[in-house]
Design a binder for this molecule. Structure first.
Ligand code: RNT
Ligand code: ZN
Length: 423
């Protein structure tokens, strides 16, 4: 039996099996096909960007691993993204950072960046029907060498970073206009201290004022959506982080911004999935930075683990989907970088599929009847339903390799393209 016939047969059986549980696999697949996932461009070059001198010290970030062949410029990075996208079912966006500006060899300061510096990204994405998202880069810069940006005690340095944030919002709006789909411009800053600060309040007061200045210009929400991202701690900011979770929950609530929850920025035992239903009713929306935090903010590629499955379940529930933006945020140089994109994005989409295939009506009915036994037993048995057969069929009709077949494409690309980049 050839692979296609096997997949079609397995799917026909799976479809019947799910129907017995009250689940319509066709409806699940069309819902899945309407959920975009934003791919982090920075996975392709270890967060180096195109300014030439990117140095992550002071940023609290680190990219472990030293696999050869990272993308060195926009054309290579876009080629690598194209390869990854060819192996991914479903709609995607690409998440940019200010350091990925293409300025034609002339250095342009970050506070002077313009939409034109992203025109190559804009055109490339337009040709492929990809939405774009944006991030100001508040690190890897001489004016962030001490790890402080929007909270800096020096007003001149704060002004510089405020202008940078404002420039990135305008770039975001222009990218969103061109794509016909709002760009999420996400603010994350590294600011904090390694030891206990003498004053916990002053940096947060400055951060609040700086953010208000960054966001001062009104922009069309259909073109640009602002979001703010918290962090628990980073390398070198173990003692205090100005942009903590509490700070940004309060900020986003009071300023009507999207809140970004990065799954690596919480204590490992804390459930980010559980935060969604608590926050979403009060906020204009959420941005999720999906990564796998292993012991700390490790930025590992997401695995199809329980944390991801429960996160996806909360995203997929009810009418929440339209107010939650999904982005991956991993940077991994210890495995093939294209494989990292593909595995991460496929795992997130598999988790979403699992959520959409869950017999929710049946479980809710048991719960409503006070039947804790039925709820538990059926919820456990439902885990064995043949979702892999539905996934393979989805890949088949999406024109991408089902199952494990994609690893060969990545290996061939590494051999034929990436390996030739050295020297
Ligand atoms: C850092 C934040 C932030 C970055 C990207 C590169 O801890 O997660 O989102 O990962 O901006
Ligand atoms: Zn993040």
């Amino acid at each position: 039996m050839n692979e296609e016939t096997r997949i079609e047969k397995a799917y026909a059986l799976a479809r019947e099996h799910y129907a017995e549980w009250g689940v319509d696999t066709e409806a699940a697949l069309s819902a899945l096909d309407a959920i975009p996932v934003s791919l982090p461009c920075w996975q392709g070059d270890d967060v180096r960007g195109f300014e030439g001198a990117a140095d992550l010290s002071g940023s609290g970030l680190a990219v472990p691993g030293a696999r050869p062949g990272r993308a060195r410029h926009g054309d290579e990075l876009r080629a690598d993204l194209d390869r990854a996208l060819s192996l991914l079912p479903g709609p995607h966006r690409v998440n940019l950072h200010a350091i990925y500006a293409e300025t034609g060899g002339t250095p342009v300061e970050r506070d002077a960046l313009e939409p034109e510096h992203f025109s190559r990204w804009r055109d490339w994405a337009g040709d492929r029907g990809l939405g774009l998202d944006m991030n100001p880069t508040f690190f890897a810069h001489p004016r962030a060498a001490d790890g402080l940006t929007l909270t800096h005690p020096d007003p001149g340095i704060r002004e510089f970073w405020i202008a940078h944030g404002a420039a990135c919002r305008r770039i975001g709006a222009s990218l969103g206009r061109a794509a016909g789909s709002a760009c999420v411009t996400n603010v994350w800053i590294p600011d904090g201290f390694r030891d206990e600060p003498a004053d916990r309040g002053a940096p947060r007061d400055r951060l609040r004022e700086s953010l208000d200045a960054v966001f001062a210009e009104p922009l069309e929400p259909a073109e640009n959506l602002d979001s703010v991202e918290s962090k628990l701690f980073g390398l070198g900011t173990e003692g205090y982080v100005a942009g903590s979770y509490d700070f940004y929950v309060a900020y986003a609530l009071s300023r009507r911004k999207l809140l970004c929850l990065d799954t690596g920025h919480f204590h490992p035992t804390e459930s980010v999935a559980d935060k969604i239903s608590a926050l979403l009713p009060f906020l204009p929306g959420l941005l999720l930075h999906v990564s796998r935090g292993v012991r700390w903010d490790s930025d590992h590629v997401p695995a199809l683990d329980d944390a991801l499955l429960s996160l996806a379940r909360e995203v997929a529930a009810g009418d929440r989907r339209s107010r939650i933006r999904l982005a991956l945020d991993h940077f991994e140089a210890g495995i093939n970088r294209v494989a990292a994109w593909v595995a991460g994005a496929r795992n997130l989409r598999k988790a979403l599929l699992a959520a959409l295939l869950r017999p929710g009506d049946l479980l809710r009915a048991r719960e409503a009847a006070g039947d804790a036994t039925g709820l538990f037993v059926l919820g456990e048995e439902a885990k064995d339903l043949p979702r892999g057969a539905v996934w393979d069929r989805y890949c088949l009709v999406s024109g991408v390799p089902p199952g494990r077949d994609w690893i060969e494409a990545v290996e061939a690309y590494e051999r034929d393209v990436i390996a030739r980049r050295e020297g």
